[in-house]
Design a binder for this molecule. Sequence first.
Ligand code: ATP
Ligand code: MG
Length: 358
Amino acid sequence: MIVQPHGFQPRISKVVPMRPRGVFPGAGLLDALQARVVGQAHALARIVPYVQMHQAGLSPESRPAGVFLLLGPTGTGKTRTVEALAGVLHGNEKHLLRVDCGEFQMEHEVAKLIGAPPGYLGHRETAPMLSQQKLAAVASEACRLSLVLFDEIEKAAPSMTRLLLGVLDKAVLRLGDNTSVDFEQTLIFMTSNLGAREIRKEIAPDFGFESLMPRPEPGAKRGGAERRLDQIGLGAVRRKFPPEFVNRIDAVITYQPLDQKALAAIVDQQIQALERHIESRLVEKAFELDVTDSARRLLLEMGTSTEWGARELKRTILRELTQPLAAMVANGEIKPESLVRVERAEEGKKLKLAVMGA
Ligand SMILES: Nc1ncnc2c1ncn2[C@@H]1O[C@H](COP(=O)(O)OP(=O)(O)OP(=O)(O)O)[C@@H](O)[C@H]1O
Ligand SMILES: [Mg+2]
C-alpha cells in the first residue's frame, strides 16, 4: 500500500539526453517480481515505474532514480522485494548493497559508512562502506542501476539520517577523505518496522484479517482499511523522522500482513526452492520429492502466524520437512533417484515421509 508523503513535491528537472541502456522489462518486470514476491502487488506496481524511467533515460537528474521507504510487519516481503528486484535486473539476488542500520546506532559508527578523514586515527583501516566502486560492483551489464538497501532505518543514529539527507536530495555523499560518491544511478530502499505494532493491533486477530482487507488489483481504488494502515505507518514515520527527510522519499509503501492465499503460494514457492536445492546440491545423489496437498495444508496450518508472517512458515518447513529429509539422507535411507512422498500422518499434527523406491 502506498502513500505519498504530505507536502511531497516531485522534483522534475530537465531531462538528461542519454541513450537508453539495458533491457526494457516493461510489464514483464512486474510479472517477474510478482512471481517472487507474493501478495504485495500494490507495492511492486509502485516501484516498477521508477525502474522504467531509468531504463528509458527519463529519470530526473541530480537525485537517485528512486527513493522508497518500505513499512509493515515482519516477514511480509520488504527485504524480499529488493532481493527479487536484484534477481530480475541483475540475474543475482545478492547483487545489492545492504547497510544494516542496526550496526550504526552510535554516532561514532557512522564513520564506517564514509571512512575517517585523512590523518585521523584508523583512517587507513576504515575503507568507506559506501564508495563508488561498491556501487559499481552491484550494477551489471544488463542494468546500470545499483540497488542500495538501508535495513531497519529507525535504528540508525541521527547523524546517519542527516548523511542520508544529502544522498536523497542531491544524490551525492561526501566521504571522509572529501571525495564524493554519485548516487544518481541508484534505487534507494529503506525498510522499517515503524508502526508495525499498531498495524497488528488494528487487525484484531478474532476479527479476521481477510474479511477486513479484500485485496484489490494494482491500480484499483484503495480500501478504507488499507488506507488506515497507510496512515498508521506514515504517522509513525513522521513522529520518528524530520519532515525534510520524509519529504525526500518518493513513495512510502506499507506492506500488508499476508493472508492465507498468499501464505499458501509461499508454501508452494518454498517447496519448489527445496526441490531445486536437492537437484543442484545433491547432483547424482538427488531424489524426487512429492509433497501432497494434505502435507502442504498442514505446513500452512502450522506455519501461519500473524506475528511473524512468512518467517514462521519458513521455519516450519525447515523443521518439519528439510531437517527430517536431511536426517534420512545422512542415514542413507534415501537412494539416489528414488521418490520421497510427503503426506500428513494419520495421527497427530505431523508429516509422514515415505521412500517409494526409484
Ligand atoms: N510476500 C512474500 N512473498 C514471498 N516470500 C515471502 C514474502 N514475504 C516473506 N517471504 C519469505 O519470508 C522471508 C522473510 O521475508 P522478508 O525478509 O522479506 O521480511 P521483511 O518484510 O523484510 O521482515 P523484517 O521486517 O523482519 O525485516 C523471505 O526470505 C521469503 O522467503
Ligand atoms: Mg527485512
